[in-house]
Structures are given as structure tokens and as C-alpha cells.
Design a protein around this ligand. Structure first.
Ligand SMILES: [Zn+2]
Length: 186
């Protein structure tokens, strides 16, 4: 008898949990969940229909013109397609304000996210461009939220493999939805 879509989905989830058991929880989160999360963050930013994005340009807050499908680096204002080529990645990455691999800040989105579109130059070569990132966070979310994220970094959050698999599946659904909404706009 053919499986229903729900049964298929449940089996897929079971297989993913089985695979996840082959790795330490932290390794699984970083290798299999974080990449989907980061791609989703960029895709959702790129799918945003607003024609301007707030960014720091030359050390000052500015409104930067963009189109659907493009991300704006929050710390320098560079505009580029959300998705790079498959070889060597793209110009735009997802940079964390609190640069930490700790679970408490790696995936946080509510009430204030800890990760935004950032160009490779700012994210990697400038080590996150911290001064500009802090200016941007203060202008967009306020000092209280910066303080809250900094406290969060020191909190211990531990996810189970089941939770991480569910997060990965949910991020994938949001990523697909963002990509589809960009295609509709073409
Ligand atoms: Zn940049």
C-alpha cells in the first residue's frame, strides 16, 4: 500500500534522526542545520519586497537601494545577489553579530535575530566588521537588544537531535518558500 505524504514525511524524519545519531550533537548542528539556516536567512532577506535596506555605509547609517533577489551587507552596504555560484560561494554570506558557535546564539531569531546578510569581505576579512555591526544593531534594534544577545551568549542551550532535525526541516520549508516567492516576482 502506498504511503500517505504524512507517512513519507515521518519516515524521512526518522531516517534523518538515525543519521544524526552518527554525529555529536554540536557537529550535526554546525554541519547540517547551520548551513540551511544561514541560506534561509539570506533568501528571506532577498525575498523582502522593500526597495531600500538599512545598512552602515562608510561608518554611517544609510538607506541602500536594492531589488528583490538581492541582499545588502548590513556593515558596508554592498549589494549583491543572495545566492552565489556553486564554486567558491557568493559575495553575500550570513554573518553573526555575536560571533559564537554556541547554540544559544547560533540560531536565534526571536525577538531579535543574531544573524544578517553580510558580504564576505566584512564577514571574513574584517572579522565580522564589529564596530559597524554594533552601530547597525543599535540603530535597528537598540542597545537593550544588543545587551540581551550578549547575555544570551553565556546561557547554555542544548538541543536534542530530534529538535535539530525538526529545525532543519522547518528552515528548509522557509528557504523553499522564499525562493518560490522570488521566482513569482520575476
Ligand atoms: Zn560588507
Amino acid at each position: 500500500m502506498a504511503l500517505s505524504p504524512e507517512e513519507k514525511q515521518a519516515r524521512k524524519r526518522d531516517r534523518m534522526i538515525e543519521k544524526a545519531r552518527e554525529l555529536q550533537i554540536g557537529s550535526y548542528a554546525r554541519r547540517f542545520v547551520a548551513p540551511v539556516f544561514q541560506k534561509m536567512r539570506r533568501a528571506e532577506a532577498a525575498a523582502d519586497p522593500r526597495p531600500f535596506a538599512t545598512a552602515v555605509v562608510n561608518g554611517e547609517i544609510a538607506q541602500v537601494k536594492r531589488e528583490i533577489g538581492e541582499c545588502v551587507c548590513v556593515t558596508c552596504g554592498r549589494v549583491a545577489p543572495w545566492k552565489g555560484n556553486s564554486i567558491g560561494g557568493g559575495v553575500i554570506e550570513t554573518g553573526h553579530f555575536i560571533a559564537s558557535r554556541r547554540m544559544s546564539v547560533l540560531f536565534v531569531e526571536e525577538p531579535t535575530p543574531n544573524s544578517f546578510a553580510q558580504c564576505k569581505h566584512c564577514n571574513q576579512h574584517l572579522g565580522g566588521n564589529q564596530g559597524c555591526y554594533e552601530l547597525w544593531m543599535r540603530c535597528v534594534y537598540g542597545q537593550d537588544e544588543i545587551d540581551r544577545l550578549r547575555r544570551l551568549k553565556n546561557e547554555t542551550v542544548q538541543f536534542t537531535r530530534e529538535t535539530l532535525v525538526d529545525m532543519r526541516l522547518a528552515y528548509q520549508v522557509r528557504l523553499t518558500a522564499a525562493i518560490n516567492s522570488m521566482k513569482e516576482g520575476e
